[in-house]
Design a protein around this ligand. Structure first.
Ligand SMILES: [Zn+2]
Length: 298
């Protein structure tokens, strides 16, 4: 039987916590949740290549998330203002169609790198400073930045250690690494794992973005992400809870995942009534802010 060592701490006795067409592991030491990266890509490749409907659903889901992204970006930029002076330069990894760049560039000088050709072309047409390619493979390491930011991207990249050491190399001394990602301690995630144990895999599959063009490979929380960062010479300086959905986008987002009308209606009411309180305790999307350790401290 497959037993995959934890990619963060190396523990080789992970627990299998779910089977959603692919095994989900949880590390008993650092609590990282993860899947076999290669298998995940194979699984998603087959689905996206054979199903146009799936591709359209994914595009619809991204579109429905735009209002949410814009409001989260605003929160992130407000927080950045408390520690990054205006005109600081930054790199956004996986800038998609450039929403964050457009908003952040009112204050900062941020460039982007984006692997998907269509998204790259859209951001380029907006006059943004964007490179087409993958991180870290296609990055120009001669440039140094005050900050590097990942918005809903970190959990999609296979080799997290090469990502982290590249960030070390790209950042100036005391530079900042900002990671905005879904959290395994979030309430939606907890409920989805419970539903999966009860036999309904659908929402957990959706959280892992199984069968889409860009599946999740990891679910971090504060413990596993702090440990990964400590291993690569960063320490945490800040944390910000973000919204996982906006009221505007919620109905569309639920409609986009084809759950059936009645079920969508029930989820919609339940989420609207209960979620503000639960989310305040267990946020599903968080921004973690790390600072590169001073080279003198090493
Ligand atoms: Zn671990």
């Amino acid at each position: 039987m497959e037993n995959l060592a934890c990619p963060v701490c190396g523990c080789d006795k992970p627990k299998k916590i779910a089977d959603i067409g692919i095994t989900v592991f949880r590390c008993p030491d650092c609590t990282l949740e993860y899947v076999n990266t290669k298998k995940m890509f194979e699984l998603c490749d087959v689905v996206t290549k054979t199903s146009m409907k799936n591709k359209q659903e994914y595009t619809d889901m991204l579109k429905s998330l735009e209002p949410l992204r814009i409001s989260n970006n605003k929160k992130i930029i407000d927080r950045m203002s408390s520690f990054l002076p205006e005109e600081s330069n930054g790199l956004e990894v996986g800038c998609a169609v450039g929403l964050f760049l457009e908003q952040a560039n009112k204050k900062y000088k941020v460039s982007g790198i984006e692997p998907m050709e269509k998204s790259f072309e859209i951001s380029k047409s907006k006059g943004l400073d964007v490179v087409h390619g993958y991180f870290p493979g296609n990055v120009d390491f001669s440039k140094k930045y005050d900050f590097v930011i990942f918005n809903d991207v970190f959990e999609h990249i296979p080799d997290i250690h090469s990502v982290m050491s590249s960030c070390q190399n790209l950042l100036k001394d005391n530079g900042f690494l900002l990671i905005n990602l879904p959290d395994s301690d979030g309430i939606l995630h907890k409920i989805s794992k419970l539903l999966c144990r009860l036999g309904d895999q659908s929402s957990l599959k959706r959280l892992w973005q199984l069968g889409t063009e860009s599946p999740h490979l990891y679910y971090f929380n504060s413990r596993s992400l702090d440990l990964l960062n400590e291993k690569h010479g960063f320490h945490r300086t800040g944390f910000l809870k973000l919204d996982s959905f906006s009221k505007n986008g919620l109905s569309k987002r639920l409609a986009a995942i084809s759950m059936g009308k009645i079920r969508t209606y029930i989820y919609n009411i339940g989420l609207t009534l209960l979620f503000p309180a639960l989310r305040a305790m267990y946020s599903d999307t968080n921004l973690y802010i790390y600072q590169k350790n001073n080279s003198m401290e090493k």
